[in-house]
Design a protein around this ligand. Structure first.
Ligand code: HEC
Length: 149
């Protein structure tokens, strides 16, 4: 018994470390409720795509037995297309592209490009949050879309 208890400890620790926390936003609860029945959220958080891609994933999961109403699936697709939408290459995308993909003003997008030109490539999300002149509340929860390479 004692050995069994000890053997369980590392496992509990591992599952704690890998517990996925997805951004707050409309639909988070629905995703957590419906999309964790068969696998953890790692399948989702390692993926990026537009609404069309997430719609086909949702249809696929429904056909595999994911259980929700049509409204639940609409909310899920909208959530995923926002927070796990198309990848944004923060070190290489043009200002125009950053502006439209992240919903920034032209000045904010230019500030990001200027910052990486002056200081070198962004390495972390925290670096992105430091760019002066950007209303970072617009970027809240969008970490899952930002790629540094
Ligand atoms: C009834 C069980 C079940 C539920 C509920 C479920 N999935 Fe899945 N999901 C699977 C299976 C099985 C796989 C592995 C598919 C494979 O390997 O081909 C998978 C794989 C995935 C993948 C990996 C890429 C892929 O398409 O294979 C993503 C992304 C995904 N699921 C998203 C979701 C989302 C979003 C939800 C909530 C709407 C969800 N899943 C709910 C069974 C489920």
């Amino acid at each position: 018994m004692r050995n069994f208890g000890l053997a369980c400890l590392p496992l509990a620790f591992v599952s704690f470390v890998y517990a996925q926390d997805i951004p707050d936003g409309p639909g988070k609860d629905t995703v957590e409720k419906i999309c964790t029945a068969c696998h953890d959220l790692g399948a989702i958080t390692s993926m990026n795509g537009g609404a069309d891609i997430w719609q086909s994933v949702a249809d696929d999961m429904k056909s595999r037995g994911a259980d929700g109403t049509d409204d639940d699936f609409k909310v899920i697709v909208a959530y995923l297309a926002k927070y796990y939408g198309p990848a944004v290459h923060i070190n290489t995308d043009t200002a125009a592209s950053l502006q439209s993909s992240l919903g920034l003003t032209a000045d904010e997008a230019s500030a990001i490009v200027k910052y990486r030109t002056d200081k070198g490539n962004f390495a972390t999300w925290d670096d992105v949050m430091k760019v002066p002149g950007v209303d970072t509340s617009k970027l809240k929860g969008l970490q899952g879309r930002i790629k540094f390479t």
